[in-house]
Design a protein around this ligand. Structure first.
Ligand SMILES: Cc1cc2nc3c(=O)[nH]c(=O)nc-3n(C[C@H](O)[C@H](O)[C@H](O)COP(=O)(O)OP(=O)(O)OC[C@H]3O[C@@H](n4cnc5c(N)ncnc54)[C@H](O)[C@@H]3O)c2cc1C
Length: 440
C-alpha cells in the first residue's frame, strides 16, 4: 500500500466538488472517491437550480475538470445508508467527508399540512428538475390558485417556473413530464407569502427584478406593504433592500383583474392552518405587524383560497444511521464529526448561501484534514480497491464519470430546439443505457 491519503467524499454537489478540488491542490498524495446515490453528479446544480437559469449551471464545467483529475474517481449510484454503511466506508478509507446536503424539507408544524396538494420545495423543485426519486411526485397542476410560503429565492423560482410560458422555457432543461403539466395549467393566481416585511425578505434583486420580464404573468404587491427606503450601518444590505423595494413599488402600480395570471407578493402573514377535506382548499393566515425586524401576531385572521400549497421554508437533515443529528444538521465542530470523519456544505452549516459559499467552507475543512492527517495515513486501508470488491460482492452497478458522460451526451443529443438537454429521469433508464453501451 502507498502513502496516499485515501478519501471518500459522500455527495457530488458543490460542497463535495470543492472539497475534492481543495484536497487535490493541498495534499501531495491523495486518492479521492466521490460517491453519490444518484447516477448523475453535482447535486442541486442539476436538481435544484432553476431550469431557466442555465448560466448558473455552467459551474458544472469547473467540476468536470476536478472529476477528470487522475486522482479523482466518481462512483455514482451508491447511496450511504442504502447501499453502503458509514462503518464500511470508514474501514476502507483514511478520511470520509460527508457532503450530502440537507435532503429533507422543513415543515410548518400547523394543522392540515398533510393534506393532498401540499408539497415541500424539495419535492416540487426535484419534480420539475427531473430528480429520479421525485418523477411522479406532483400528479397534476389542474389548479386556479396556488400559495408559495417563503421569502427566499426558492419561492421565487417555484412561482416563476409555474408561470413561464413554453416559449420562455425553450432554452431551459425543464423535465418533460413537468412541462406537460406546467404549460397546460390554468393557474391564475400565485401568492408568495412571507411572515415578515419586504425589508426582511431574502430575495436577491436579480431574481425579484426578473419577475417583470414574465410574458404571460403580472407581478403585484399591495403598496401598503412597501416601506420607505432604509438607511443603516450595513450599506451593502441596504442596497439590496432598497433595490427590492424599488421593484415592489413598480409592481404595486400593476392592476389585478378578473382575467389574466398574477403573481402576488404578500407580506406580514403567518400561516396558522391549512384547510381542506382531502385536498388543500385554503390557508388561514394571521396578520402580523413588524417591530425591530420581528413578526408580532395581531390576532386578525384572513383566508386565502388555494388548490396547491408549496412551502419553501428551508431544509434539514433526515435520520441517517450512525450519524449524530442535531437541530437538523450533522453535529460537528468546524467540520470535524469524529476521528477521520468530516462534514461540509449544507449538511454542515444548514441550507443557506449560494453555490460559491461552499467553496471557502470546503477549503477550511480541507485545512483541518491536512492538519489532522499530516503523514499519518494507514497503510492497511484498501480505499478504491476495497470499494470495488464491496460493490462486486454486493452486486451493485456503480456509475463512473465516463458512464455519466455517456448519459450526458445522450441527454444533449435528445434535446429539442434550443433546450440544452432532455433529462433522463428514471435511474433504471440511465443504468440500462450505461449497460447497453458497455455491451457494444
Ligand atoms: C431550489 C434551489 C435552488 C438554488 N438555486 C441556486 C442558484 O441559482 N444559485 C446559487 O448560487 N445557489 C443556488 N442554490 C443553493 C446551492 O444549490 C447550494 O448552496 C449547494 O447546492 C449546496 O451544496 P451541497 O453540496 O452541500 O449540497 P447538494 O447540492 O444538495 O449536494 C448533495 C449531494 O449528496 C448526494 N447525497 C445525498 N444523500 C446521499 C446519500 N445518502 N448517499 C450518497 N449521496 C447522497 C445528493 O445526491 C447530492 O448530489 C439553490 C438551492 C436550492 C435548494
Amino acid at each position: 500500500m502507498g502513502k496516499a491519503l485515501k478519501t471518500a467524499i459522500i455527495g457530488s454537489g458543490p460542497a463535495g466538488m470543492y472539497t475534492a478540488g481543495a484536497l487535490i491542490s493541498k495534499c501531495a498524495e491523495c486518492e479521492i472517491d466521490i460517491l453519490d446515490k444518484l447516477a448523475t453528479p453535482y447535486g442541486l446544480v442539476r436538481a435544484g437550480v432553476a431550469p431557466d437559469h442555465q448560466t448558473t449551471k455552467n459551474v458544472s464545467r469547473a467540476y468536470d475538470k476536478i472529476m477528470e483529475n487522475e486522482n479523482v474517481r466518481f462512483v455514482g449510484n451508491l447511496g450511504l445508508g442504502s447501499d453502503i454503511s458509514l462503518q464500511t466506508l470508514q474501514d476502507l478509507y483514511d478520511v470520509v467527508v460527508l457532503a450530502i446536503g440537507t435532503p429533507k424539507d422543513r415543515t410548518l408544524g400547523i394543522p392540515g399540512e398533510d393534506l393532498d396538494g401540499v408539497f415541500g420545495a424539495q419535492t416540487f423543485v426535484y419534480w420539475y428538475n427531473g430528480h429520479p426519486e421525485f418523477r411522479d411526485a406532483v400528479p397534476h397542476l389542474d389548479i386556479k390558485n396556488a400559495i408559495v410560503i417563503g421569502n427566499g429565492n426558492v419561492a421565487l423560482d417555484v412561482a416563476r417556473v409555474m408561470l413561464r410560458t413554453e416559449e420562455e422555457m425553450e432554452h431551459s432543461d425543464l423535465a418533460d413530464h413537468a412541462g406537460d403539466h406546467i404549460f397546460n395549467s390554468p393557474v391564475q393566481n400565485i401568492h408568495i407569502v412571507g411572515r415578515r416585511g419586504p425589508e426582511q425578505a431574502q430575495f436577491s434583486s436579480k431574481e425579484l427584478g426578473e419577475l417583470k420580464e414574465m410574458e404571460n404573468a403580472i407581478p403585484y404587491c399591495d403598496p401598503e406593504h412597501i416601506p420607505e427606503d432604509v438607511s443603516t450601518e450595513d450599506k451593502r444590505r441596504d442596497k439590496v433592500i432598497n433595490t427590492n423595494l424599488g421593484f415592489l413599488r413598480d409592481y404595486s402600480r400593476n392592476r389585478v383583474e378578473e382575467q389574466g395570471r398574477f403573481l402576488h407578493l404578500d407580506f406580514s402573514l403567518s400561516p396558522k392552518e391549512v384547510i381542506g377535506t382531502d385536498t388543500v382548499e385554503a390557508v388561514l393566515f394571521e396578520k402580523n405587524i413588524i417591530r425591530d425586524g420581528k413578526a408580532i401576531g395581531t390576532g386578525e385572521i384572513i383566508e386565502l383560497p388555494c388548490d396547491l400549497l408549496v412551502t419553501c421554508i428551508g431544509y434539514q437533515m433526515g435520520p441517517l444511521s450512525g450519524l449524530p443529528i442535531e437541530n437538523g444538521l450533522i453535529r460537528n465542530e468546524e467540520g470535524r464529526v469524529d476521528d477521520g470523519l468530516y462534514v461540509v456544505g449544507w449538511a454542515k452549516r444548514g441550507p443557506s448561501g449560494t453555490i460559491g459559499t461552499n467553496r471557502l467552507d470546503s477549503q477550511k475543512v480541507v485545512d483541518l484534514i491536512t492538519e489532522d492527517y499530516d503523514g499519518k495515513v494507514d497503510p492497511e486501508k484498501k480505499g478504491a480497491a476495497g470499494l470495488n470488491d464491496y460493490c462486486r460482492e454486493n452486486n451493485i452497478q456503480t456509475v463512473s464519470f465516463e458512464d455519466w458522460q455517456k448519459i450526458d451526451t445522450v441527454e444533449q443529443e435528445q434535446a429539442a430546439g434550443a433546450s440544452p438537454r432532455r433529462k433522463i429521469v428514471r435511474k433504471r433508464d440511465m443504468l440500462s443505457l450505461v449497460r447497453e453501451d458497455a455491451a457494444k
